[in-house]
Design a protein around this ligand. Structure first.
Ligand code: TRP
Length: 338
């Protein structure tokens, strides 16, 4: 082989998962989901619907089942492509729960006690502080380590969990020799942090009591328009980025995410126009951005057989890959082969 021809570089592997929470907001989409879709071309991507994590809080069986399937369909509608990526449902691949148990035995009580999400969630669900809520990070570590992922795209709220996954991997490797790839966090270059439309000092969240604070990807156009018209602004009456203009800054970020225009372009375009016009324009841009996704979702959710085919195919591949790691782990610990 001539020296100047090098083998194509092996693509790095990415793993990420998202909980089937029932509502995916435009904040989730612009902040995370849209980036996943883009990553598919440059990385070997493995994505999952984290339905095992979801039962750390009580779920209504009927609604839960619906939410899992809808989350799956919505992600496909957004552009997750099972020809390019592996996209499965966590509970369909049994190695996750199995490795989670093993990793629990290599994770310290003190480490789990320090997780801020555990502290927050146990305060919020004081009547159900279950062991799963506590050991949630070991399951998340299992998700990632099973696939020997190099990179894990996550939001800021999951950074501490990823740090713990790295520690668990290093600890295990330290005892038994190299078994797991120690994953790095992946912070996407772009990805606006979308804030609440009612209190722009807070992140947009579907658990906000005020439904006007968030916009769901699948909200109807009328609902989207109504929510944007009610968005809080300021008394400055100028469409531009500025201090003390959190509401307008947020609307500009949303407009920019939906249209690809820069803040300066948006400011120029709305020079001399009022906030009413601007809010209508942002609403319309969001409606247009999500129209094809909503249409695709409506079509996919009717086609249960197609969805089933996709998640089965992906689960089969995921099992194969993860089983390799799992078998290695079992052997290193000293279990008898099956
Ligand atoms: N815990 C993550 C969240 O709530 C979801 C998740 C589960 C995840 N397993 C993961 C994210 C593995 C990244 C990697 O957002």
């Amino acid at each position: 082989m001539p020296e100047n021809i090098t083998a194509p570089e092996k693509k790095k592997r990415i793993f990420s998962a998202i909980q089937p929470s029932g509502t995916i907001t435009i904040g989730n989409y612009f902040g995370a989901l849209r980036n996943w879709v883009k990553l598919q071309d440059d990385y070997e991507c493995i994505f999952a619907v984290a339905d095992l994590h979801a039962i750390t809080v009580r779920q209504d069986p009927k609604a839960f089942k619906k939410n899992i399937l809808e989350a799956y369909a919505l992600f496909l509608a957004c552009g997750i492509d099972t020809e390019k990526s592996i996209f499965f449902i966590q509970s369909h691949v049994h190695t996750h729960a199995e490795l989670a148990w093993i990793l629990n035995c290599y994770t310290q009580f003190g480490e789990l006690s320090r997780m801020t999400q555990f502290k927050d969630k146990s305060a919020k669900h004081a009547d159900n502080v279950n062991a799963g809520l506590f050991t949630y990070p070991s399951l998340m570590a299992a998700d990632i380590l099973l696939y020997q992922a190099d990179l894990v795209p996550i939001g800021a709220d999951q950074k501490q969990h990823l740090e713990l996954a790295r520690n668990i991997a290093e600890r295990f490797n330290g005892i038994y020799g190299k078994t797991f790839t120690v994953p790095d966090g992946y912070i996407p270059e772009v990805g606006a942090r979308i804030k609440s439309l009612q209190d722009p000092s807070k992140k947009m969240s579907k658990s906000d009591e005020n439904a006007n604070a968030w916009v769901a990807v699948l909200d109807k156009p009328e609902t989207i328009m109504k929510k944007f018209k009610r968005a809080v602004t300021d008394s400055d009456a100028k469409v531009c980025v500025g201090e003390g203009k959190d509401g307008i800054n947020n609307l500009i970020a949303i407009m920019s995410s939906a249209t690809g225009k820069t803040a300066d372009q948006i400011t120029a375009e709305f020079e001399g126009k009022g906030y009413g016009d601007f809010k209508t324009a942002v609403g319309e841009a969001v409606v247009e951005e999500f129209r094809p996704i909503r249409e695709k979702f409506d079509q996919l959710i009717q086609d249960k057989a197609y969805l089933e085919e996709q998640y089965r195919k992906s689960a089969e591949i995921a099992l194969k890959i993860s089983q390799r790691t799992f078998d290695k782990v079992m052997k290193k610990i000293g279990y008898l082969p099956r």
